[in-house]
Design a protein around this ligand. Structure first.
Ligand SMILES: [Zn+2]
Length: 505
């Protein structure tokens, strides 16, 4: 009888443990599916006016206002099975096809197409051949969302895909205006009015607020976004970042550092330095500044916002790089490749000296139906669907996305109260100067940065499933302890009964 009771208890607790483990698995799986099952963003593409620099370049890509029809494409290949090729028709980026060797795909369209849209999981190489022998090749910048105007209507064509390519979709359209989710990226800027330096996808909205919708989307300045880390280990975030930037009117394709993959274990500064290497990041910063010759640079809090190590490393190396860009002896390879330059201004989020407060909520943007720059920052952030549930864009308080300090200037200090990042900046091409040496005025103040201890609560949010796993594991441990307690109690009772020492107190 006792043995039976023990077995029953054991069985019940085992069942509970299994149920806890199973529910953890289901919760994680459903979260993954809901993230990866998202569609390319359906956004309203702002219509640019004549004064918009990016719009003039984009003008070549604009088609007439008649909506294009989406056309069914049929794929066949000797190297890849038909079943595998079917995922190319799915809009969702959760399906992808990895090419383990070079392959040729023959494509037949249900009716003539003149526009194609490729989606890749990683930058991939391809060659398109049209029936008249015209050949088109993949963008050298490695776009993962790539629009191709064929310049003619065709009913069939071939795509030669290089080994290692990873496709998530290939879509065809008739002549006319493609749907809003088709993104038509311009190459990265030759030179940038504003260089924005987030560390991860979503930092550009969380900490810089309305800067991108205002300067890129509304004013049409040449804005280049360069991320210190890639998300190739969570590739849905690569798609999210493009959807977000596109939504707020950024048209120059972002640069993502290939060398530094985002990693949970970079939340502490020491870990970030160990993982990425201070020198490596410094070299990357100098090269980035020289590549884009920016007039104004926008960087994250040097204390890491909430103490994140990779954020700290990003801005600390930037502050040092600003002093090296016009020294040809410093990192001579990038000096040779891009020339030397001198940045005119650098604003750092939450920097305490020479502060400005840019009230993004007061900037009404005509390119976005008069929504405010702050509202567009929220919308851009919301495109980061995997992160959106963990944060909000902070428009006040400790992490206020409106507060910046002028940490570096070669054009003098700002007028107090003016709150204009482009004060004293002449955007004309003639005004761009490349001094051969750094003058004493180029002062970077406060580069001895006190480091903050990371806030573990905030950091744990960087990993979306950490909370779920911790809770589930805690539950499993509690159940296990209860099970052990009952087991010990049963044994103790049996022992007491055998020795006749059972007591009643
Ligand atoms: Zn970040």
């Amino acid at each position: 009888m006792k043995n039976k009771k023990f077995i029953l208890t054991h069985a019940a607790l085992s069942f509970l443990l299994c149920a806890a483990a199973l529910s953890t698995f289901i919760v994680i799986l459903s979260a993954k599916v809901s993230e990866s099952g998202r569609h390319p963003s359906v956004t309203s593409i702002p219509v640019y006016s004549g004064q918009n620099d990016a719009a003039e370049e984009l003008g070549n890509l604009q088609t007439e206002s008649k909506p294009a029809d989406s056309v069914a494409l049929m794929f066949s290949s000797e190297q890849v099975s038909g079943d595998d090729l079917r995922c190319l028709q799915a809009k969702s980026v959760k399906w992808f096809l990895t090419f383990k060797s070079d392959a040729r795909i023959s494509v037949t369209a249900a009716k003539p197409v003149s526009q194609l849209y490729f989606q890749f999981e990683v930058p991939s190489r391809w060659t398109l051949t049209l029936p008249d022998g015209t050949v088109r090749q993949s963008n050298e910048n490695g776009f993962i969302h790539e629009y191709v105007d064929l310049g003619q209507s065709v009913s069939e064509f071939t795509v030669d895909v290089a080994e290692g390519a990873v496709f998530t979709g290939l879509f065809g359209f008739t002549e006319g205006e493609t749907p809003d989710w088709v993104q038509k990226w311009l190459p990265p800027c030759e030179t940038a009015d504003l260089l924005v330096l987030p560390t991860h996808s979503d930092d550009e909205f969380l900490w810089f607020g309305g800067a991108l919708p205002y300067y890129a989307g509304e004013l049409g300045y040449d804005v280049q976004v360069v991320y210190m880390t890639n998300h190739y280990n969570n590739s849905f975030r690569e798609h999210e970042r493009l959807n977000a930037l596109w939504h707020v009117g950024v048209r120059h394709y972002p640069v993502v550092c290939e060398k530094f993959t985002d990693w949970f274990a970079t939340k502490k500064y020491e870990w970030a330095v160990e993982k990425f290497g201070y020198e490596n990041v410094l070299e990357f910063q100098v090269e980035t500044l020289r590549r884009f010759h920016p007039r104004v640079v926008l960087a994250q809090d040097v204390n890491g916002e909430y103490g994140h190590g990779a954020h700290i490393l990003n801005t600390q190396t930037l502050l040092e790089a600003l002093k090296l860009t016009n020294d040809p002896a410093a990192y001579p390879d990038s000096a040779e490749k891009y020339g030397i330059c001198s940045v005119q201004k650098c604003y750092v989020h939450l920097w305490e000296e020479n502060q400005i407060v840019v009230k993004w909520e007061d900037f009404k943007l005509s390119q976005f139906n008069n929504k405010s720059a702050m509202r567009m920052a929220d919308e851009g952030y919301a495109e980061n669907k995997s992160q959106y549930i963990y944060y909000n864009v902070p428009s006040n308080g400790q992490y206020d996305c409106r507060k910046f300090g002028l940490a570096f200037t070669t054009v003098g200090n700002d007028t107090p109260g003016k709150n204009d990042m482009f004060e004293h900046i002449d955007r004309s091409e003639q005004a761009r100067v490349y001094p051969s040496s750094i003058s004493d005025e180029n002062d970077v103040s406060g580069t001895d940065i006190p480091l903050l201890e990371p806030e573990t609560v905030e950091n744990s949010k960087r990993f979306p499933f950490a909370g779920i796993i911790v809770i589930s594991l805690s539950g499993a441990i509690v159940l296990l302890l209860i099970f052990l307690a009952i087991l010990l109690r049963n044994r103790s009772r049996r022992k007491n009964r055998v020795t006749g020492n059972e007591t009643n107190h």
